[in-house]
Structures are given as C-alpha cells and as structure tokens.
Write a protein that binds this ligand. Structure first.
Ligand SMILES: [Zn+2]
Length: 273
C-alpha cells in the first residue's frame, strides 16, 4: 500500500523506486514491471521527478516512490498503454499507478501560474502543491469528479452505448459534475440529459480514480421513477432495459462501471438493494 503521508518530500535518491512515463505511456521492463530501481536507468535533469509517497513492498520494505517523464524511451524499456497496464493491477498497484500518472500530469501542465503567468519551477516541500512566487496563489493537482450510475427498473437495468463505444459494448450512464452541483444532482441531470428518465433513491456505492487524465469516478445506484428512454442525439447511440439474466457485453470487472453492474445484479438476485 502507498502511504501518502505528511512528511517532508525527499529528493530523488538511489534507494527509491521510479515510475517512468513517456508521453502518456508507461515504460516497463520485462513482465510489465513498472516499479523501476534507480540503477536500471540513466537519470537526467529534465526528467522532473515528482514524489508520490512511501510504498510498502511485498518484502515489507518501505520505498520512496517517484514518477518521472522521459522525452524518449530509454534502452531496455518498452512503452505500455496506461489503460492496459492499470487494469492488470491489484487495487494497491492500480491506485499507485493512477496517483503517479495524475501527479506527473499535473506537474507537467502547471508550469506557470494560471492567475498571473509567473513560472512555478518549485514544488511545495510537504504538500503536493505549487505556490506562485509572485501572487502566492496555491495550485493543487486537478481532480475532476464524475458520476457513474446503474439504474434499476423491476428486474432490469439500463445500459447505454455512447457514440464512441464499439457496437455491442454497453455501459452505465456517466458524466462530469458541474460547478456548484451536488453529486446526486449530477446523477439526476446526466440521466435526464442522456436518456430522458427521472430516477429516485440515488445512493452511493463506490469510487475509483480514473487517470484519463484526472477524473474521480463516483459510483451510484438509482431506481427508475418515470419517463421513456430517449437517447440524447450526438451522445448516446442506443440505450435499453436489459433483464439481469440476459445482459449484453458489459465493461471489465476491474473498472467501476463493470463493478457497479456486477454488484447491482448480485443485489437484485438476492433482493438486497
Ligand atoms: Zn501568480
């Protein structure tokens, strides 16, 4: 597990483990190993290491973790898609890799103050923050909350296919939370906008960081209340009610979308909703 902690952030050192990125790909060694010892690569001044926290290894050692970006792929490494690598991981490694990618992306994309334009080369020594040396504005890593919801009607759940999803691949309704909105309001609004339905009994189930690039997916169940399914043009290609014993292709169980569907179906089978 990763201990994010409140200790002073160390500088990169030889006993730490490193996560190496190239653009939005992860650099791995054999067998998709992405936690890289210092001696396995050539550190350079441009790699811009960002501290992620303390990691407890399987051998019960405590290791500092840093994430770095490379401008080219170093010898001995291959590039792997973040998405593919993430969904092969257990929960602890998933969260570690998500955090590393989000922190590095934030660091790369916040080189200048958004208020006054001054360069911000320094990171705060204890927090993941940058403070503008000119106007003192504090900048934290961006996290964008998104809701995702599985909707029940009797013994069926609603599944939809977005315009960018391949034919035959269905999922839940999801969308970004708007400024000034509660999570529950976002759930009701997204369902209304995307499929034209009203729901009740909106309840929280689970959450998952989603580093593409910085969402936090917040998962809910809801019950159908009223309305006819009306897919939003330009957003949803098809949507329908599916009996829980005859579902189409749904997302991988490593994703919160797949988990929500699985858990909703299990609850409905045991009437434990
Ligand atoms: Zn500023």
């Amino acid at each position: 597990m990763l201990n994010i902690g409140t200790q002073t952030h160390p500088l990169p050192h030889q006993d730490a483990l490193y996560i190496l990125l190239h653009r939005n790909q992860v650099l791995v060694e054999a067998e998709d190993q992405f936690l890289i010892p210092f001696t396995h690569f050539q550190p350079n001044a441009k790699m811009n290491a960002v501290y992620c926290g303390e990691w407890q290894t399987q051998e019960d050692e405590i290791k500092d973790i840093f994430v770095c970006r490379f401008e080219s792929v170093p010898k001995g490494f291959t590039e792997t898609s973040l998405r593919e690598l993430l969904f092969e991981q257990d929960q602890a490694h998933y969260l570690l890799l998500s955090r590393a990618h989000q922190l590095s992306t934030w660091d790369r994309d916040h080189q200048f103050c958004g208020r006054c334009g001054t360069a911000m080369p320094e990171k705060h020594p204890k927090e993941h923050a940058k403070i503008c040396p000119s106007c003192q504005l504090r900048h934290y890593p961006r996290i964008s909350p998104c809701i995702i919801v599985s909707i029940r009607k009797d013994n069926q759940i609603l599944l939809a296919r977005g315009i960018n999803a391949p034919k035959g691949k269905f999922s839940n309704i999801a969308g970004f939370v708007e400024a000034g909105e509660t999570l529950e309001q976002a759930v009701a609004r997204e369902i209304r906008e995307e499929v034209g339905l009203e729901v009740s009994n909106i309840r929280y189930v689970d959450s998952q960081p989603w580093s593409f690039p910085h969402q936090l997916m917040v998962g809910f169940f809801a019950d159908y209340d009223s309305g006819e399914i009306t897919p939003a043009p330009g957003e949803i290609d098809e949507a329908d009610w599916y009996p829980i014993d005859d579902l189409p292709h749904t997302p991988n169980l490593a994703t919160i979308s797949g988990q929500l569907i699985h858990r909703h179906v299990e609850h409905m089978k045991t009437n434990d909703v």
